[in-house]
Design a protein around this ligand. Structure first.
Ligand SMILES: C[S@@+](CC[C@H](N)C(=O)[O-])C[C@H]1O[C@@H](n2cnc3c(N)ncnc32)[C@H](O)[C@@H]1O
Length: 235
């Protein structure tokens, strides 16, 4: 997706649709959205296990929903929260308290960060927007210090594409292939948000989430997975 269209969507369309209530509209407006929030929070916290980040780059914090979780997990963390949308950054600033966060407006597609600065790269539901995902992984490898880790959640390519914005959805196998020629090594890939088709039931979705977490990633997951989370390490 071209960066200008993404910027315009998050600065204009999102503001028109939800005003300053993006976070509520996205994650809490009904039981199904709330279940998605609960699954994502559990999945992110599981993926962060064993880490103690002091300096994190967060790509696309949006309204700061998961920035707050990072701050709660790592009390002495500094986060550079980097987003293409001034509207989203404004909401994040209003939403985040008692945390050392620098808010940076920019397009990751034309970002050329300093080498080896961060011990954690984090991004939730942004990777599918990036026009050049291979290049993005190169930059992520560059800005991570050796031994630093990355956590990315992204949409699973299930069903029809609902919007042009999500054309960059890739299967975990494709993600793994993209990582092959970088200095980044996969640590784990797990389902994140799970929806049972047709029912729109938060209870069924949560049950499927619980059951699918018990077995290795497989064809079965493709039927229910709406998003997944990948953790990787810089060599
Ligand atoms: C779907 S929202 C996700 C927000 C938040 N991470 C969450 O999970 O609720 C995508 C965010 O990524 C940002 N974004 C998309 N493409 C970007 C790019 N090329 N550079 C920086 N930020 C980008 C958007 O402005 C938006 O805030």
């Amino acid at each position: 997706m071209k960066s200008n269209s993404v910027r315009s969507h998050y600065n204009n369309d999102v503001e028109t649709r939800a005003g300053n209530a993006y976070e509520f509209d996205r994650w809490h407006k009904d039981p199904v959205s709330q279940a998605g929030y609960d699954m994502t929070k559990i999945g992110i916290k599981r993926s962060l296990k064993g880490l103690d980040s002091k300096n994190c780059f967060e790509l696309g914090p949006g309204a700061g929903t998961w920035t707050k979780v990072l701050c709660a997990e790592f009390p002495s963390i500094h986060i550079d929260a980097f987003d293409i949308s001034s509207h989203m950054l404004k909401m994040a600033k209003e939403n985040i308290e008692n945390c050392d966060v620098s808010f940076i407006e920019g397009d990751f597609d034309s970002y050329d960060g300093d080498e080896g600065v961060y011990d954690l790269f984090f991004s939730s539901r942004v990777f599918e927007y990036l026009p050049n995902q291979k290049k993005a992984l190169g930059i992520i490898a560059k800005i991570l210090s050796p031994g630093g880790e990355g956590i990315i959640s992204t949409k699973f390519p299930r069903g029809d594409i609902s919007s042009d914005l999500h054309k960059g959805r890739i299967h975990p196998k494709v993600f793994k292939k993209l990582l092959k020629n970088t200095e980044l090594d996969v640590v784990s890939i797990c389902p994140l948000t799970v929806t049972v088709p047709f029912f729109k039931s938060s209870k069924l979705n949560k049950l499927a989430f619980f059951l699918l977490a018990q077995i290795p990633f497989s064809f079965v997951h493709s039927l229910f997975c709406e998003s997944y989370i990948i953790r990787f390490k810089k060599l």
